[in-house]
Design a protein around this ligand. Structure first.
Ligand code: PMP
Length: 330
């Protein structure tokens, strides 16, 4: 019988699907790697399993231990799944700007959630960073994965995401496009694809306008999960051949088009990555095979990207969910 032993065994091997409606005629093939089909709903399931495996092997995480990580979203879900399977406890620290729905998702998986005030400076004892560090010191058997610096993050993309893309394109992929947050996805996947192709595959990182990867200073942007105001150790700047910056307005408009026209209800960083992938596919022409990674699904963004009033309040609304051209602010 073809029955998985545990949901964690279902992580990875996500499919590639051709983008159709959003791609301009004359462009190369654009294939989306649909990471919301992982059991926890995002690409972060991959690094959760990888980081826990490495910590067990090194002895940093011992039986009955507690995983403590500042995370409000996808990484927390991935870690909670692995923790359930292997009998660890999870404590996630998140800022109070994170909505109740997102916190409840983590609790539903059995994690404890500690909420910190957003309106305090990083050096304040109640800040997001200081609270998680204090919990690690106070809880016996605590281990902090630290996805921004943990080499097991990029390594899991090197071992899984990269080989899957090479296999599923029969080695014909010419460009790999992904958003950059911690940098783990682009670093691990990009490194594998460059090595196996002898440097032929070009790697394109994408970040929100204002973030450091494309030369910004950390100016605020609304797309979630990508862009930074510092350089994480998980990111190897020698891997991308190019970084493309995309505005919030373009990212969110494309996110809505993907749901409406190509049947993919995905998150805002997916729309962002697709905007860049389409630019590459148009520029490179019909022989290009561009693979773009879509990190998560759209259900977590219904109150924002898929809400006309929210979109309008930031001036992002180009057409309503009913498909009408947006006129005056709602
Ligand atoms: N999109 C979303 C929604 C994410 O949560 C993340 C992870 N922070 C990324 C993109 C970027 O992935 P990475 O951290 O591997 O650069």
């Amino acid at each position: 019988m073809r029955i998985a032993n545990h949901v964690v065994d279902l992580v990875g091997n996500t499919p590639l699907v051709k983008l159709n409606s959003v791609v301009k005629p004359g462009s190369g093939l654009v294939a989306a790697k649909v990471e919301y089909l992982n059991p926890g709903g995002s690409s972060k399931d991959r690094i959760a399993a990888g980081m826990v495996d490495a910590a067990e092997a090194s002895g940093e995480l011992k039986p009955g231990g507690t995983i403590v990580e500042p995370t409000s979203g996808n990484t927390g879900v991935g870690l909670a799944l692995v923790a359930q399977q292997r009998g660890y406890k999870c404590v996630f620290v998140c800022p109070d700007k994170v909505g109740e729905d997102k916190r409840n998702v983590l609790k539903a998986y059995g994690a404890e959630v500690v909420v910190c005030p957003t309106a305090v400076p990083p050096e304040h004892p109640d800040s997001y960073y200081n609270v998680s560090d204090r919990l690690v010191r106070e809880i016996e058997g605590a281990w902090k994965p630290n996805q921004y610096a943990n080499p097991a993050g990029p390594q899991s993309h090197y071992e899984t995401t990269g080989p899957e893309i090479w296999r599923d394109t029969d080695g014909k992929v010419t460009h790999f496009v992904a958003g950059v947050g911690t940098g783990g996805t682009i670093t691990g996947t990009g490194r594998y694809l460059k090595e196996i192709s002898g440097g032929k595959v070009k790697v394109v990182g994408v970040d929100p306008e204002g973030s450091v990867y494309s030369g910004g200073t950390g100016r605020p942007y609304l797309v979630e999960g990508v862009g930074e105001d510092f350089w994480p150790a998980a990111y190897d700047p020698s891997i991308p051949d190019e970084i493309i910056a995309v505005s919030d307005a373009d990212s969110f408009d494309m996110t809505r088009r993907l749901a409406r026209e190509d049947g993919l209800l995905v998150g805002g960083s997916c729309g962002m990555a697709v905007v860049a992938a389409l630019r590459v596919a148009e520029r490179e022409g019909p022989d290009a095979v561009v693979v773009v990674l879509l990190p998560d699904g759209g259900r977590g963004y219904m109150a924002k990207i898929f809400n006309d009033k929210w979109m309008s309040s930031y001036g992002f609304l180009r057409s309503t969910l009913d498909g009408k051209a947006a006129g005056e602010p709602l």
